[in-house]
Design a protein around this ligand. Structure first.
Ligand SMILES: Nc1ncnc2c1ncn2[C@@H]1O[C@H](COP(=O)(O)OP(=O)(O)OP(=O)(O)O)[C@@H](O)[C@H]1O
Length: 352
């Protein structure tokens, strides 16, 4: 399968001139500027296959927008090799523009005062899409994104969710092979988010469009992206699946057991530990009783402590169980830990 994005040692540094405070300081900065360099992206290696959906995650200032700008050819890399859809983004920017689509959640490429219909017509001319192809694509997108009810409404009167659907149509009218989405679900309600996600999944399945998403919403990643890239301070911290990251860095899991009603008495008479919390006698090492609420109890245990089924068997041998579930740590918490502890995952065996 051929590659859609190939980056090797991709880097971008910005030179920033610092302005000294005060009037005299300002004058001095003109003759003797104090220059600082910021490494926005550092030696990024990235290979994305055609048809992949990949999430780019990182805190503010991590280098996500700078990466996207280099991938679209807006910014010239300071170092490294880069090819997108087989093209050199800066040198072949026009040609590349015809093969990619871009959607920014916080900005619109639609004309504010024009009805959506007219904006989409103007874009046809801008991208020089042949009439027949435009009609065909627009017909499909109208259906997939349910645009008909607001095609004649000026863009400024659209709800955020409707505008986002309009923006997606605008970015896809020229049939791009690669779609960049920057915070596509920001500010949307749950229903609108679900709708956008469903659309993106069917776009990927039906047209094979490669999708690269930057987002702070982990639900976007979990629903859409089998693969996730975590960046911080311009460096790649992780490249792999969401499941693997949970497994490697998820820490504790929680077993939630609901006991049969007549077992509640047994729970209410449990002994206390030295700090006054209830404790289950003979808990296997590494397993902790976290909470008891009526017939429901929660046990936390490390991934390496014991296999989950053994813990269920241990509990089942002592109490009659009505229901057992496992809670995985929220992916957000796992990623926060990776940023905070600055964990760099260099083990390439876990990268996809
Ligand atoms: N044009 C520029 N001139 C100078 N510094 C810049 C420029 N663009 C970005 N930077 C710096 O590069 C770093 C990375 O910024 P970037 O916008 O790529 O981060 P980001 O991950 O997209 O953040 P956010 O989630 O806030 O959008 C930051 O330190 C930022 O201040």
């Amino acid at each position: 399968m051929s590659m859609m994005i190939e980056a090797e040692g991709l880097s971008k540094t910005f030179r920033i001139t610092k302005r000294r405070p005060g009037f005299l300081g300002g004058l001095r900065s003109v003759v003797d500027p104090e220059v600082r360099t910021v490494s926005a992206v550092r030696e990024l290696n990235l290979q994305v296959k055609r048809g992949e959906m990949i999430g780019l995650v990182g805190p503010n200032g991590a280098g996500k927008s700078t990466t996207i700008k280099m991938l679209t050819g807006i910014l010239m890399p300071s170092a490294g090799q880069l090819r997108v859809a087989g093209l050199l983004p800066v040198r072949q920017r026009r040609e590349l523009a015809g093969r990619i689509g871009v959607v920014f959640g916080q900005r619109s490429q639609l004309w504010w005062d024009l009805p959506l219909q007219d904006s989409l017509q103007l874009l046809r001319h801008l991208y020089r899409v042949p009439e027949q192809r435009h009609q065909h694509n627009l017909g499909q997108l109208r259906k997939m994104l349910d645009l008909d009810e607001f095609m004649d409404t000026p863009v400024r009167q659209l709800s955020l969710g409707q505008r986002m659907r309009g923006d997606l149509a605008a970015a896809l009218l020229h049939d791009p092979e690669l779609l960049y989405l920057d915070e596509p679900t920001i500010g949307l309600d749950v229903v609108a988010k679900a709708r956008i996600r469903e659309f993106l999944l069917s776009l990927n399945a039906e047209r094979g469009t490669t999708v690269l998403i930057t987002t702070h919403d982990m639900d976007d990643i979990e629903t859409l992206c089998p693969r996730m890239l975590i960046v911080d301070h311009g460096r790649k911290l992780y490249d792999g699946t969401v499941d693997t990251i949970r497994e490697r860095f998820g820490g504790q899991r929680t077993l939630v057991a609901v006991l049969e009603a007549n077992e509640t008495v047994a729970l209410s008479t449990l002994p206390m530990d030295e700090i006054g919390n209830s404790s289950l006698p003979d808990l296997p090492p590494g397993v902790r009783l976290q909470k008891i609420e009526g017939p429901r109890l929660e046990l936390s245990f490390g991934r390496d402590t014991m296999p989950a089924h053994e813990l269920v068997a241990w509990l089942g041998a002592r109490y009659r169980l009505r229901d057992v579930t496992f809670l995985e740590p929220e992916i957000e918490a796992v990623i926060r830990r990776i940023y905070e502890e600055n964990l760099l995952i260099e083990d390439s065996s876990i990268a996809v």
